[in-house]
Write a protein that binds this ligand. Structure first.
Ligand SMILES: [Zn+2]
Length: 404
């Protein structure tokens, strides 16, 4: 072994080899910084004299499966220019870390291919160490996203643990990247984001949100004059909820067991788009049977189908007429949930029509939500919320079929 070995094999530049030791299946190389390269860490002066040393043990790149450690003699120096005793800082590792930068890069490469647990096992290090390396890397790259070029935003919330905790996400609809993850839901969760956005001087063109009063208020207040768009995705979701309520109310009223069974089986079929009904399971026939049971359910179902036409019109004016007619039918239907939906649509008509000027959709957010669900299933989701948020910010580059 030699200085040129540590240089070529371990990428250690500016260090000389002292000796090696084999201990418990790993190799320990003792090295020290080359004396002639020593400078004062503060003023960079060469006028330094050695005043003792301390040791730093760093995990380095493995050779095959064999763990490699560096035991580094780190000198303390007296700088005659600063008139001060100083510790030499090592450029091959970050302060207070027990591994070299090269080792950290190696771990990051591996996290792209396997779960954190796999990486920890493969390298024989703790899971926390792998997490620490990934977390620091994500924080460096994603904690402060560039907002300057952002044009179209989508705002939505996700539940982290059923009914327990929410996170509010802001997505860039052009790039698909999550720009911000706020604690909780509603207007308050977004406050730090507005501050970031103002500093960036981005020129936002439009924002897609659901129809909750909190988000509408927050956007109107913080992005005055910027159109709000209620896209297909959110409106249909709300209508599906109304339809489910109608079905549930009916289920309580129904006396006969057979009818209840038919209704129960129709739960998902009612929410499907008709073109997606499965022929194999004869879902179309099941749907007809459920709709025959009860008129309000059938009305609500066809109103749901009609509602999808809001976004299929040749222009904004035709769409306005279609929506107005829908609102009128809903409000005069005599079905409580449908009347309420009619009122909601009436109040949000402006945002649905804005879609004709800015045809954006939160559909992209749905794909992201699916990836987050995979992320949530991994145990660390709740243990370190900051890490979880960082992983969401990096989620557009994650391949979750593989990685954990
Ligand atoms: Zn100095």
């Amino acid at each position: 072994m030699s200085t040129s070995f540590v240089y070529h094999a371990l990428g250690l530049q500016g260090y000389e080899y002292v000796h090696q030791k084999f201990e418990g299946g790993s190799v320990i190389f003792r090295v020290r910084p080359k004396w002639r390269l020593l400078r004062c860490p503060a003023c960079k002066s060469k006028q330094v004299t050695r005043r003792g040393l301390y040791f730093r043990k760093l995990r380095s790149l493995p050779i095959g499966r064999k763990p490699i450690w560096l035991l580094i003699e780190v000198p303390r120096v007296w700088c005659s220019d600063c008139k001060c005793l100083r510790r030499i800082s090592l450029d091959i590792a970050e302060p207070r870390r027990s591994y070299t930068r090269a080792f950290a890069r190696h771990v990051l490469e591996l996290t792209k291919l396997m779960t954190l647990k796999d990486v920890a096992m493969f390298l024989g290090i703790g899971w926390d160490c792998v997490k620490d390396i990934l977390k620091r890397n994500l924080a460096r790259r994603f904690a402060r996203p560039a907002l300057r070029q952002v044009r179209y935003l989508s705002i939505d919330e996700i539940s982290v643990r059923k009914g327990h905790r929410y996170l509010t996400l802001v997505m860039d609809l052009d790039s698909g990247a999550v720009l911000f993850v706020g604690d909780g839901k509603g207007a308050k969760a977004l406050e730090p984001f507005w501050a970031m956005l103002r500093r960036s001087r981005a020129r936002v063109q439009a924002v897609a949100t659901d129809m909750s009063a909190a988000y509408i208020g927050a956007v109107l207040e913080n992005l005055p004059g910027i159109p709000l768009v209620f896209d297909h995705f959110h409106v249909v979701k709300l209508m599906n909820e109304a339809l489910t309520q109608v079905r549930r109310g009916l289920h309580h009223e129904l006396e006969d067991v057979l009818g209840k069974k038919v209704l129960k089986g129709s739960r998902w079929i009612l929410l499907k788009n008709p073109e997606n009904l499965s022929a194999e399971h004869d879902e179309a026939a099941m749907l007809q049977e459920a709709l025959k049971l009860n008129e309000p359910l059938s009305t609500a179902y066809y109103m749901k189908e009609d509602l999808r036409q809001f976004w299929n019109q040749p222009d904004k004016e035709t769409a306005r007429a279609v929506i107005d007619s829908w609102i009128e039918r809903a409000q005069s239907s005599g079905i409580g949930h449908l009347v309420r939906m009619g009122n909601t649509i009436a109040g949000c008509k402006f945002g649905i029509l804005n879609w004709y000027d800015h045809p954006i959709s939160s559909g992209r957010m749905e794909g992201t939500n699916n990836k987050i669900k995979v992320l949530k299933r991994m145990a660390y989701g709740y243990r370190d919320m900051d890490f979880f948020k960082l992983r969401i910010l990096a989620i557009h580059e994650a391949k979750y079929s593989l990685t954990g």
